[in-house]
Design a protein around this ligand. Structure first.
Ligand code: FE2
Length: 307
């Protein structure tokens, strides 16, 4: 494991920013990505300097986790995430929460009642068990996601993350040349079809609003210049190819990118805040259907420009 420290130089401008004099230390916990962040109390707020440090760390490590952030509440989580970009409006009515920018990931609804597995909300939760990239079905897609563990069962199910940069780096140069330049259609309907839902499950309004979008198969990170695959459960097929051939390629590359050597399994503790860069990592929930409540508060920011 390697450790790096990012110190802020002096107090924040005009002393207005909270979290002054906090020092973030990044400890790499996995082979190619993922770092634990020490030294930050996120509920105290972070200023622009720290946002820049964390944004750079996300570009470098892909996944950051902060332990013991029990002090974080809706207001401070919102205050933190919105400094990284435009917050995603959580308008999906099937999983809407009591907050315009949060979803609840878990097995209880906003009233605390158990979610039926075959309900629309239950289907969306189960779809999280597919390897995916948040918001790739949108244009612009989601850039960063933050998930805060509010309520956990005694043995919480882990969340798994995959390093699509390492997976790209491991491909032979000839294969990389074949893949660069390909464009993939991403669609919520494709990922939901995998869950057994048909187009008939969606209202005409939803079908009109949530049209499929196109993204490159290979992305270059704007901060690091590193290339990575861009895959997701929503990734359907390759533009210009027969649909089945494209789907087979997406499936093959997803299997490649989620081999154990590219995967980190996060073991949740109450108060954890996990934040990740959706441009080069995938993730998935692991199955959980016990009676004990589980609730994680999800929020995200989107890219400014189409990708
Ligand atoms: Fe997700």
């Amino acid at each position: 494991m390697s450790t790096s420290t990012a110190r802020r130089v002096g107090p924040a401008a005009a002393g207005k920013a909270c979290g002054v004099n906090q020092t973030a230390t990044f400890q790499r916990t996995n082979g190619t990505f993922v770092a634990q962040v020490h030294g930050l109390e996120l509920s105290a707020g972070i200023d622009k300097d720290m946002v820049e440090i964390l944004d750079q760390a996300l570009a470098t490590h892909g996944v950051l986790f902060f332990r013991n952030q029990q002090g974080l509440n809706d207001d401070s989580q919102q205050a933190m995430i919105q400094q990284f970009g435009p917050p995603v409006v959580t308008a999906l009515k099937e999983i809407a929460s009591d907050h315009p920018h949060f979803y609840d990931i878990g097995n209880v609804d906003p009233e605390g009642k158990p979610i039926a597995e075959d309900s629309a909300r239950g289907m969306y939760m189960r779809a999280n068990e597919l390897w995916h990239t948040d918001g790739s079905q949108n244009q612009p897609p989601i850039r960063l996601t933050a998930l805060h563990a509010r309520v956990l069962p005694p043995v919480p199910p882990p969340t798994e993350y995959a390093d699509m940069r390492a997976a790209w780096d491991a491909l032979p140069p000839s294969r990389q040349r074949e893949l660069e330049g390909l464009v993939v259609e991403h669609s919520i309907y494709w990922s939901r079809e995998k869950m057994g839902m048909s187009l008939n499950s969606f209202s005409a309004e939803t079908l009109a609003e949530r049209k499929p979008v196109l993204h490159p198969l290979v992305r270059t990170h704007p901060r690091t210049g590193n290339k990575s695959l861009y895959l997701a459960s929503h990734a359907s097929h390759v533009i210009g190819w027969p649909i089945e051939k494209g789907r087979a390629l997406v499936e093959e590359l997803t299997a490649h990118a989620t081999q154990p050597q590219y995967v980190y399994s996060h073991q949740w503790q109450v108060g954890d805040l996990v934040m990740w860069d959706d441009t080069w990592t995938m993730h998935r929930a692991t199955p959980y259907n016990e009676a004990h409540p589980r609730k994680l508060r999800w929020c995200a920011v989107r890219e400014i420009n189409p990708v």
